[in-house]
Design a protein. Structure first.
Lengths: 297, 674
């Protein structure tokens, strides 16, 4: 069984609980164990790096050092957490002086950063580490005919230079195809969801979310799959407001990709947190649950 | 020691004197062992500077000369000649490079002066060991090989052939003509490209001084300036050129259609036996075995059945032929390829149907092309009502090529003009970073386009998408661009996008440089001997470059470059003999143990073994002075003229004079002695 250090991040504690549930369920089914970091702390989120870079780096380095102590690669399901950890790791490896400075602080906690582990986004774990072959072999209920908009969001790939294709990636589509679903051609798949702009500039954020949902509808998607809790919130929770603002009539369910993978693996929807969303995904997903299995469990 | 060395330190205006304390170097050199006279002068290469050397040789009886100035590539010849005029053997001269290797690479005057001293000391210590040598005459074979039958290669071949010299023109494709044959009009005069090219092609095909080898590739090159042996693989055409009349019936009857990825840029079909275009030279078709029904299933032979010639021209048994050519000079005109636009996925090429490359568009507007000159969308029938032309796709881009491809602005303007001409109601947008139109009549052409009301938007295109957001965008391609003249983001919906990709070096240009033993730069373009004063020769004697293989060029530049290369070759052929550096190896028979290690190492097969005496001998005419055998000889029996052990070791000791522990004492001794 493959093991990874797991950094759920604050969103998955409460708001994105279904993401956490479906992540743990589906990885277990695929033979991967996610060991949650003990005593993890905030990833620095959007704001902290702009307030105090040194402290923000230290904050992230503490999480990284704990994973290093476990000797496992670190996995983050949230794109924001992933971005912060990926860049801090890169940054500290390139700047040994800064790393030394931070290590001085980490010593208090009996920790040390040396940059010897990999940082993975959860979707990379599915795509590259587990692999499509493995996933295909464990499919219980292929999601045949389900038209899904693969929404990458901006932070999985950008700003990253070492990834081969940051402009038109295909791995999300390939993952969806592997579970039998039908990924639509989604031109805006890498565009920002609005991020935390909803707090500072509501009209701008709503317009961004609207464009994304409209684009998914134009591609005849019935559901949007995301890989980030913030994307999910922005696209789903504000649909009501978008409808009021722009006179649209959106009712597009937005789910986590792990929920779709879990469903295809035959995990009952309830255990994947399906049903907790504001725009119910059940009408489009219920056809894929196994009624017998549901009862027996 | 009885040698009298004259040392001359050049200021090179301020090029050297600005950094190096030339007065101090001259003073210091004056007190070194063997130095008779040392002085500095503003321009040693001037005739006054040269006279200085000549007079000192005569008056002061100098036996050796050192000039510390620029690279030997620049002026070694000048000063050797000066020595000769003064009555010295020209090889009793040594040059210290204190410009390219010293003053130009640092601003630290003290360090530069110290290095200049070391370089001068090395040259002085070396030159006292020099031996008088005589230049070696080498005969030039009057035949020339031209590699590449694009417009640059064609002009090079024709110039030489018209001067009365024989040329072998080797071309990889089935026909000559290159990229120019694919174009419709040429900027800025809008001549029909084929109309001006095909007469030249025909001339090549019929010229008695040109041996045309198409569908052929150079496999090996041996020898040196004046005497190259080139191995050429003439790929099987499956058509016998002796009997074929070029009637084309085989092409007509061939049942197999294949997408023509090369000549028609994938927009149209050809047959499995084909001629890229009707005016191809030579006229003989080529059969493409991987797509041929006969080669696939062993049945068909339609081409052979319908071939009207006797004997039949179609020969399914034909094999590749290996030819050995003897030539004196080689001109490389291997051309360029276009950047693969799908490497910039945000521009949508290969993903969005109505995004075209410039070459596809070029074929489309060509009257002989797949649409008969009609500008249409990918459905091959709807004319676009608006077209966006994107400049600098892969050029001037940190992620791909930093250089400017030079021709794209002009052909993008040409495209805009052709669209206005053929679709008067269509709107045309040009998206440019900077408009670069240097050249005769080019700027005027740009102004003509401004009058024709083409929209020019200054900004690099960020994205081409089919995701409509605003009214009026549905079903269109939307070009997202920052208009840097008004400082605003704009979204421009168009029906068709044409990308102007960068001109790239051929993808096998590195292998070519190895084959011909010359160099290419970081981008893969061949390196000329001097970027300004010698743009046609390379660092390898006898190898020349012409056209876009040396860097992006338009048609007039390529023609001029090709002609310039052949002028250089013609000059050599006319002289018949070239004087070569006498840097050759020789074997001391007394010391040779006959181990034969050197025999196999020699890359020029210039060493023979005498069985009777059990010693090896270097054939001077074949030796290129590479020094491999000199280094390998276990008995130290081989000497490289002008690179003897004495000379090299003295040079090394000289350059390290200031790291020897006792150099300050020796210095003091020298000063007192003088």
């Amino acid at each position: 069984m493959k093991e990874y250090a797991y950094f759920p991040g604050c969103s998955l504690e409460k708001m994105a609980l279904p993401y956490n549930l479906s992540t743990l369920e589906s990885t277990r089914k695929l033979g991967v164990e996610l060991k949650e970091l003990e005593d993890w702390n905030c990833c620095g989120a959007t704001a902290y790096f702009h307030v105090d870079e040194l402290l923000a780096n230290t904050l992230v380095a503490r999480n990284l050092a704990m994973a290093e102590k476990m000797g496992l690669d670190l996995v983050a399901p949230c794109s924001g957490c992933f971005k912060n950890m990926y860049f801090t790791n890169l940054h500290l490896k390139k700047d040994p002086e800064l790393a030394e400075h931070i290590n001085f602080a980490l010593e208090e906690d009996n920790l040390h950063f040396s940059g010897n582990i990999g940082i993975r986004h959860l979707i990379e774990l599915f795509v590259y580490d587990i692999g499509f072959e493995e996933i295909r072999s464990k499919i219980f209920h292929p999601l045949n005919g389900l038209r899904v908009a693969p929404y990458y969001g901006c932070q999985i790939l950008r700003p990253r230079k070492d990834h081969e294709d940051v402009e038109q990636p295909r791995f999300f589509e390939d993952l969806l195809s592997a579970i039998g679903a039908d990924p639509i051609d989604f031109p805006l798949k890498l565009r920002c969801c609005g991020g935390s702009l909803i707090i500072t500039s509501r009209p701008a954020a709503l317009s961004m979310a609207r464009n994304l949902i409209q684009n998914a509808i134009d591609g005849e998607a019935v559901v949007i799959a995301t890989a980030c809790p913030l994307c999910q919130v922005n696209l789903e929770c504000y649909q009501q407001q978008i409808n009021q603002e722009f006179g649209t009539n959106f009712s597009m369910p937005v789910v986590y990709f792990t929920q779709l993978v879990g469903l295809a693996l035959g995990i009952p929807p309830k255990r994947l947190g399906i049903g907790a969303e504001l725009v119910s995904a059940m009408p489009v997903l219920s056809q894929f649950q196994d009624s017998k299995q549901e009862k027996s469990q | 020691m009885s040698e009298k060395v004259g040392v001359y330190i050049c200021h090179c205006g301020t090029n050297i004197a600005k950094t190096v304390d030339v007065v101090e170097v001259a003073r210091w050199a004056g007190v070194q062992a063997n130095v008779e006279v040392a002085c500095e002068y503003k321009f040693m290469c001037s005739s006054l500077g040269q006279t200085l050397i000549e007079e000192d040789i005569k008056e002061k009886g100098l036996t050796r000369v050192v000039v510390a100035s620029c690279s030997p590539h620049m002026h070694e010849k000048t000063f050797r000649t000066a020595c000769e005029r003064g009555g010295l053997n020209p090889f009793m001269f040594e040059m210290a490079n204190i410009r390219e290797h010293d003053s130009w690479i640092t601003d630290d005057g003290e360090a530069a002066t110290q290095k200049a001293k070391a370089l001068v000391k090395a040259a002085v210590d070396r030159v006292v060991h020099h031996q008088p040598l005589e230049l070696l005459p080498v005969e030039i074979n009057p035949n020339t090989l031209v590699v590449g039958g694009g417009i640059a290669g064609i002009s090079a071949a024709l110039e030489l052939a018209n001067a009365g010299y024989h040329v072998y023109l080797v071309e990889r494709e089935p026909t000559i003509g290159g990229h120019m044959a694919q174009l419709d009009k040429t900027f800025p005069t809008l001549d029909c490209s084929a109309c001006i090219l095909t007469p030249r092609m025909v001339e090549v095909g019929q010229h008695q001084n040109i041996t045309l080898l198409t569908w052929s590739e150079v496999e090996a090159v041996d020898g040196y300036l004046g005497n190259f042996t080139v191995t050429v693989r003439k790929k099987a055409r499956y058509v016998d050129e002796r009997y074929c009349t070029g009637c084309g019936i085989c092409i007509e009857k061939c049942p197999r259609k294949v997408i023509d990825e090369v000549f028609e840029a994938g927009l149209s079909y050809r047959k499995a036996i084909y001629r890229p275009f009707p005016q191809a030279v030579p006229k003989y078709p080529v059969l493409d075995p991987p797509n041929c029904t006969y080669f696939e299933r062993g049945k068909c032979k339609a081409c052979q059945i319908f071939c009207p010639t006797t004997p039949n021209s179609i020969d399914f048994e034909q094999q590749d032929e290996i030819l050995k050519l003897q030539v004196g000079n080689i001109i490389l005109a291997t051309g360029y390829t276009l950047f693969d636009c799908s490497r910039i996925p945000q521009y949508g090429y290969g993903r969005l149907a109505n995004v075209f490359t410039s070459l596809e568009f070029e074929r489309m507007v060509n009257a002989a092309g797949p649409t008969g000159g009609k500008i249409v969308l990918r459905d091959m029938k709807t004319p676009p009502m608006s077209v966006g032309i994107v400049h600098c796709v892969g050029s001037r881009d940190e992620n791909f090529h930093k250089y400017c491809s030079k021709v794209c602005c002009m052909y993008s303007l040409k495209f805009a003009h052709l669209i206005h001409e053929r679709l008067p109601d269509a709107e045309v947008f040009n998206f440019y970073i900077d408009m670069r139109t240097p050249g005769k009549g080019y700027e005027e052409f740009y102004h003509r386009l401004l009058d024709e009301e083409t929209h020019f938007i200054r900004g690099k295109v960020a994205d081409v998408t089919d995701a409509a957001r605003l009214p009026g965008e549905e079903g269109k391609l939307i070009i997202q661009v920052e208009d840097t003249l008004i400082g605003k983001q704009r979204r421009i919906p168009v029906d068709m996008v044409v990308l102007s990709p960068a001109m790239e070096a051929r993808h096998d240009s590195r292998e070519i440089t190895q084959l011909f033993r010359m160099g290419c730069d970081f981008d893969g373009f061949f390196i000329e001997r001097h970027p300004k004063l010698d743009p046609v020769a390379t660092m390898t004697e006898g190898i020349y470059v012409a056209g876009a293989c040396q860097g992006p060029k338009d048609i007039p530049d390529s023609v001029a470059h090709g002609a310039a290369a052949s002028a250089r070759v013609a000059g050599l052929i006319a002289r018949g003999i070239v004087m070569m550096e006498p840097v050759r190896a020789s074997i001391n028979k007394e010391l040779c143990s006959g181990c034969r290690i050197c025999n196999n190492l020699c890359p020029y097969n210039a060493i023979v073994f005498h069985e009777d005496q059990k010693v090896s001998e270097v054939i001077t005419a074949l030796c290129q002075g590479c020094g491999t055998c000199v280094a390998a000889c276990p008995s130290a029996a081989i000497t490289g003229a002008h690179f003897t052990n004495d000379q090299i070791f003295s040079e090394i000791e000289g350059i390290l004079w200031d790291v020897q522990s006792d150099h300050w004492e020796r210095e003091a001794e020298l000063v007192t002695a003088k």
